[in-house]
Design a binder for this molecule. Structure first.
Ligand SMILES: [Zn+2]
Length: 218
């Protein structure tokens, strides 16, 4: 996650396995810090202009936080933000042109498009009816247009559902995300496809588990 600050710097937060960001309401100045649930796993506490607090908690401490002037120092060159206006089908087409790697690996490659992880890559390829093993450079214009739309729709649905709480992830307001209830293929290996009943396949591509329907995805 990249937070642009008014100083021009960027705060980079990588939650890794067990990191969580939580927003807490403005604390009562008379009862600080008792009003705010801070425990031994709360490592960083940001006080926001609104008076609210953003707490970084991490039980296993795999997470990382950086404050940088140039984001590329940490994340390298990033592809376009998939929900931005700049991300149009032509941009995706150019990024995939001539690429021999499979489309699943290319979607996870952050220089092609930023921020698409394993869940959203598998779900997007299902929504676009594209077999994850296909070489990226071999997709037709129609397929790329479908994939572009699927990426945006699946990411938007994930945001609206407040993410996927498979293990530790929790939205900043607490509770659980709900996107895991909408999974069509992710972690559904062996279970019937909701569309055609074919058992969902689970394979490993680019060292990542990959889930797809061999009937719906061509
Ligand atoms: Zn199917």
């Amino acid at each position: 996650m990249l937070f642009g600050l008014h100083t021009g710097e960027t705060l980079i937060v990588h939650l890794r396995m067990t990191g969580e960001l939580r927003i807490h309401g403005p604390s009562d100045p008379d009862s600080v810090p008792a009003a705010i649930p801070v425990d031994k796993h709360t490592h960083v506490l940001f006080v926001l202009d609104t008076g609210e607090e953003l707490h970084y908690r991490d039980t296993r401490k795999f997470g990382r936080i950086w404050l940088v002037e140039d984001v590329s120092e940490v994340v390298g060159k990033l592809g376009p933000e998939p929900l931005s206006e700049a991300f149009v089908p032509r941009i995706l087409m150019q990024a995939l042109e001539g690429r021999k790697a499979n489309i699943k690996a290319l979607l996870l490659n952050q220089t092609v498009v930023a921020g698409v992880g394993n869940i959203y890559a598998d779900e997007s390829l299902f929504h676009a009816d594209i077999d994850p093993r296909r070489p990226g450079g071999g997709l037709t214009i129609n397929e790329i247009t479908r994939l572009h739309r699927a990426l945006r729709e699946v990411l938007q649905a994930g945001i609206e559902a407040q993410g996927s709480s498979l293990q530790n992830y929790a939205p900043p307001t607490g509770g659980k995300g709900g996107f895991q209830e909408q999974f069509q293929v992710f972690r559904r290996g062996g279970e019937p496809c909701f569309r055609c009943n074919t058992p969902i396949s689970r394979i490993v591509l680019g060292q990542r588990s990959t889930h797809f329907c061999t009937t719906c995805q061509k």
